[in-house]
Design a protein around this ligand. Structure first.
Ligand code: NI
Length: 175
């Protein structure tokens, strides 16, 4: 397994609409194992393939608490089958927007269909944190970040700060 570098916004690769996976072959299985390892190490509760530069419709999530057994989901080509009218507001973060957080309102419950790592079609109903996390990761597959759900003012402030810290990193690396 391998830990992969995570892309930080703003970056064109995070604004890309990702392509469906044709078949869940051994490369995809390996990629999902690497994504999960990368996510746990970060640490995070979800990771989408474009965040490691792979523009394919793949996400991994695990929202189990610290004292609970791991509950990883590896999802290929996830699709929402339905969402609740009731919404839930949660303070979201993202490994591609390090150290920035904002309240995002999303449907509280979802039903999602996906292929698992054996290529078997699965359906899952989720609510609360798991539902939020899956929706957040699925957004990445359409080039959307959580900041696309908040005011333009707050979004631009966060993106400006990230751009600035990237330039500082580059300047430090050049010295
Ligand atoms: Ni994210």
């Amino acid at each position: 397994m391998a830990v992969l570098p995570i892309i930080v916004a703003p970056d064109k690769r995070l604004k890309t609409k990702c392509k469906s996976v044709d078949s869940v072959d051994e490369n995809i299985v390996q990629l999902m194992a690497d994504m999960l390892e990368t996510m746990y190490l970060a640490p995070g509760i979800g990771l989408a393939a474009p965040q490691i530069g792979v523009t394919k419709r793949i996400i991994v999530v695990d929202t189990a608490g610290k004292d609970e057994d791991p509950q990883p989901y590896k999802m290929v080509n996830p699709e929402l089958l339905g969402v609740s009218e009731e919404t839930w507001i949660h303070e979201e973060g993202c490994l591609s927007l390090p150290e920035h957080y904002a309240d995002v309102e999303r449907p509280e419950r979802i039903a999602v269909r996906y292929l698992d790592e054996t290529g078997t079609r699965k359906e899952l109903e989720a609510d609360g944190l798991l539902a939020t996390c899956i929706q957040h990761e699925m957004d990445h597959l359409d080039g959307l970040l959580f900041v696309d759900h908040i005011s333009a003012l707050k979004r631009n402030m966060i993106l400006r700060k990230l751009t600035k810290s990237k330039k500082l990193d580059l300047a430090n690396a050049a010295e």
